[in-house]
Ligand binder design. Structure first.
Ligand SMILES: O=C(O)CCC(=O)C(=O)O
Length: 240
């Protein structure tokens, strides 16, 4: 049976700066398993091992002096088939330079691992679409102070369930930082602390207020602004 067209009408997270959208059950369990299996088939040498997580950059790492250029290549089918088709229904990327995401970062976190607060840089059109696989996590959102620096503590917390989609764009993309704490369990979960509590697909695992994290993979889809053909990129590299 064809799934109903995806609309973001009901997905906007109120209480956040414009605009954050949360869609539970964006993927079915079967689709989630398919993507996880395809990722597990990739050679371990494709992964970049960082001190607190590991990272895959697909179709390839950004290149150039400012690390802001993508060598033109199609996205692997297991990343494009379900997710990009469904994202296209939202029409969110319709004004982006390539009309769709052309790049995906796959982050893998074991329990106790996270990512430092950061902004998604200027290499991308300002929309990030994140699909969570295999575990929930809590994304901490920090405001900037008048000097443009990150505030010491996060103002908002977004709970991302496995198979969910989170979209950040607009002021949310420009004016906030996001990070994931290095915890193996999330505490104090509830409607007072989790800004998207009323959008969760199934609150049951979180209603007790705590939830242990499992191994989680996230897929962050973006449209890289600068795309070079391979020939042009070789010329560029030979000049360096
Ligand atoms: O794993 C996540 O949900 C966040 C990833 C992230 O912040 C990034 O790729 O910039």
């Amino acid at each position: 049976m064809a799934s109903p067209a995806l609309s973001l009408e009901d997905a906007q997270i109120s209480g956040l700066p414009e605009s954050g959208f949360y869609v539970p059950e964006f993927l079915s369990p079967e689709e989630e398993q398919y993507i996880l299996q395809e990722i597990s088939k990739l050679p371990s040498t494709r992964w970049t091992i960082l001190s607190h997580r590991r990272l895959l950059s697909l179709p390839s790492q950004l290149t150039g002096a400012a690390r802001d250029t993508l060598i033109a290549a199609p996205m692997p089918p297991f990343l494009s088939k379900v997710v990009l088709d469904r994202l296209a229904q939202t029409r969110l990327f319709k004004d982006s330079p390539h009309g769709a995401p052309n790049h995906c970062l796959v982050n893998e976190y074991q329990p106790g691992q996270g990512i430092m607060p950061h902004v998604d840089g200027p290499a991308y059109y300002p929309i990030t679409a994140t699909v969570s696989l295999a575990s929930h996590t809590v994304l901490d959102i920090y405001k900037k102070n008048d000097q443009g620096e990150r505030e010491a503590t996060p103002t908002w917390h977004i709970l991302q369930e496995p198979r969910s989609l989170l979209i950040t764009t607009g002021d949310m993309y420009k004016d906030t930082l996001h990070g994931i704490s290095e915890d193996d369990e999330d505490k104090d979960l509830g409607p007072e602390t989790i800004v998207n509590w009323n959008k969760l697909g199934d609150k049951t695992p979180y209603e007790g207020g705590t939830a242990k994290r499992q191994n989680r993979l996230s897929l962050t889809y973006r449209d890289v602004l600068k795309v070079a053909k391979l020939g042009g990129a070789m010329k560029f590299m030979n000049k360096r």
